[in-house]
Ligand binder design. Structure first.
Ligand SMILES: CC(C)(COP(=O)(O)OP(=O)(O)OC[C@H]1O[C@@H](n2cnc3c(N)ncnc32)[C@H](O)[C@@H]1OP(=O)(O)O)[C@@H](O)C(=O)NCCC(=O)NCCS
Length: 171
């Protein structure tokens, strides 16, 4: 999916704030937010290396009262290409505008590097994510079959289809 131009305003959630990534505070917390958001094991040990790819493009939503991380987004820009990677919010903080605020912060960062267009991948059946990206101005530019799915499964399962930037590979 692709957003061209300014992202829409995102006032941010009451009781939480978005800030830049602080490795010493966040490097053990992000993998746990990831696990809570996706219902998977914590992000593997390579998180620090992943974050080091562009730490300025990682933003964390933190609840003000207890200082707990409740969401994060990763992004990076190269040349005229801006890309949002992982966006995650823990279940207890959903539908309060946390993701909207994180996404806007990432897009503003990417646009500050030069790109006018920002892209993101989303599984077509990941309805909350797709609705979120649309609500934030992103449009589907391509859908394609997951190369890891069999052709029968690809035909039968919408989860094997996703939106992706031009020329991107599935994954
Ligand atoms: C997708 C996700 C990041 C949304 O986080 P969130 O903080 O709840 O999203 P927001 O509160 O900012 O929602 C903004 C808009 O997105 C849409 N949206 C978000 N969650 C939705 C849901 N469950 N169903 C329908 N629309 C939804 C709505 O349009 C919403 O605006 P509204 O609340 O005014 O109607 C969160 O559900 C999540 O972490 N999911 C698992 C991980 C994931 O799929 N990440 C994205 C792909 S990497």
């Amino acid at each position: 999916m692709r957003l061209i131009g300014e992202p829409p305003p995102a006032p941010g959630p009451a009781g939480a704030a978005v800030r830049g990534y602080a490795a010493e505070r966040d490097h053990t917390r992000i993998p746990l937010v990831y696990a809570a958001a996706f219902g998977e094991p914590p992000w593997p040990d390579d998180w620090d290396r992943f974050a080091a790819f562009d730490p300025r493009g990682v933003f964390v939503a933190e609840e003000r009262a207890a200082g707990e991380a409740v969401g994060f987004v990763t992004s990076f820009g190269r040349g005229d290409f801006g890309y949002v990677g992982v966006l995650a919010v823990v279940p207890g903080w959903r539908r309060r505008g946390v993701a909207r605020a994180l996404l806007r912060t990432a897009v503003v960062y990417l646009r500050s590097l030069g790109p006018d267009a920002v892209e993101v991948d989303a599984f077509v059946d990941a309805r909350p994510a797709v609705v979120l990206y649309r609500a934030c101005g992103f449009e589907v530019i391509r859908t394609y079959a997951d190369p890891e799915a069999g052709s029968d499964a690809a035909a039968a399962a919408p989860s094997s289809v996703r939106a992706a930037p031009d020329g991107a590979q599935g994954g």
